[in-house]
Design a protein around this ligand. Structure first.
Ligand SMILES: Cc1ncc(COP(=O)(O)O)c(C=O)c1O
Length: 403
């Protein structure tokens, strides 16, 4: 958290990227180099990311959505298959399943968590035909219960894709979230802890899957040919072995990503400090519940929450404020807030396609009706965070309509 104590009267945005002189210089360096698309810079970013996260293979892509699509494709998911994911997530986690002609089955959230409920998952696995994979999401940056999910997946022969779009950097046990499943996918979208504007990274320990995803992100070409126009030694010959996609990350974005990666641990600390300030301001306030978190973090020094989102719950016990009015009151008071997530099973496309009713996933629906996400971003000043906290306290105690 930035220690500035200047008074904050301006609107406090919900999210803001933290980009400085180093990122600007990195972009200029690439622009002046004459090489804009995927090249040496992207390869360097992949290498550095792989080293940071402790994974043998890291593949840079143009979004996490592309990464999730490539992951399912490499696993051979197709028509007739089913993939289970959370309903309490962004549409990408499910849309990629439909892109491949497979079907999605939505799992409910655990009662005091925003993540997939392993008990509900176990029931679904016992009744779902042809389930080939599980896409589990670390919602808001809180690691999901992989200690329960991974053995269940193994018992039913399912691959696990960790949708780690919100989960960088955060530990899951003693490993980094995103590295424990078959494949993990991170997002570098503009609101994420480290950003390239748009972008993502896939990690896996499986060399065959990595080779497939690497080829498919680049037109289904059988080898790296990115330097065929500039290198004297590069051959112009290549073979297209599949009808692949165009999901590569350009060097300009990779240059930003490398600088951001170097700042990731500091960013995580800043976000944690903001979350602490909020926790202290809100604990014990009637009608509010703090975001769920892991009760025990096994190894000292581990990061237990990436704090991509700080999502409060209001009115859970039937005696608190109405969420929508709460959001409105905060926005009117100059605090940018958002709601995560409108569950997928109530979105028209999925509800119509699978004939789903809102109450089919009661925990998901309940959480959705009561959550709101507060501003949390590195570079936020102490004054800004305190202003958010004071405003939330005021709205919570006076009522959203000021009564
Ligand atoms: C849970 C989740 N998964 C996947 C994505 C897709 O990320 P991207 O925008 O990088 O495609 C998002 C987007 O924010 C997300 O929230």
């Amino acid at each position: 958290m930035n220690q500035s104590t200047e008074p904050s009267t301006a609107f406090i945005p919900f999210a803001k990227p933290s980009l400085g002189r180093e990122e600007e210089e990195a972009v200029l360096r690439i622009m002046r180099s004459g090489w804009l698309t995927t090249g040496a810079e992207t390869l360097a970013f992949e290498k550095e990311f792989a080293a940071f996260i402790g994974s043998p293979h890291a593949l840079a892509v143009n979004s996490a959505t592309s990464g999730l699509h490539l992951a399912l494709e490499a696993l051979g998911i197709g028509p007739g298959d089913t993939v289970i994911t959370s309903a309490y997530t962004f549409t990408s986690s499910a849309a990629v399943i439909l892109h491949l002609g497979a079907d999605v089955v939505f799992c409910d959230t655990a009662p005091d968590s925003y993540n997939m409920d392993p008990k509900a998952l176990e029931k679904l696995l016992a009744t779902t035909r042809n389930c080939r994979a599980i896409i589990t999401v670390h919602i808001g940056g809180l690691p999901c219960d992989l200690d329960a999910i991974l053995p269940l997946a193994a018992r039913y022969g399912c691959a696990v894709i960790e949708d780690a779009a919100h989960a960088f950097p955060v530990h899951s046990g003693t490993a980094w979230a995103g590295t424990r499943g078959t494949i993990g996918v991170y997002s570098f979208y503009a609101t994420k802890t480290i950003t390239t504007g748009e972008g993502g990274m896939i990690v896996t320990a499986d060399a065959k899957l990595a080779a497939r995803m690497s080829a498919m992100r680049m037109h289904g070409i059988d080898r790296e040919v990115w330097n065929r126009y500039t290198s004297k030694s590069a051959s112009w010959r290549y073979s297209v072995t599949e009808a692949g996609y165009k999901y590569n990350m350009p060097d300009i974005l990779a240059a930003i990503g490398r600088v951001q990666l170097g700042k990731a641990l500091r960013f995580a600390e800043e976000r944690t400090n903001i979350a602490k300030l909020y926790d202290e301001a809100f604990s014990g306030l009637p009608g509010l519940r703090l975001p769920p978190r892991l009760t025990a973090i096994s190894t000292a020094g581990n990061i237990g929450h990436a704090w991509h989102l700080y999502s409060l719950r209001v009115g859970m016990d039937g005696n608190g404020p109405d969420r929508d009015q709460f959001v409105e009151a905060l926005m009117q008071a100059g605090v940018g807030v958002s709601v995560h997530f409108i569950p997928l099973h109530i979105m028209p496309y999925y509800a119509d396609r699978y004939k789903l009713k809102p109450e089919d996933l009661p925990n998901t629906l309940n959480i959705f009706n009561h959550t709101l996400s507060l501003p949390i971003w590195q570079g936020m000043t102490t004054t800004q965070a305190s202003t958010v906290a004071t405003t939330v306290r005021r709205v919570a105690t006076e009522g959203a309509d000021g009564q």
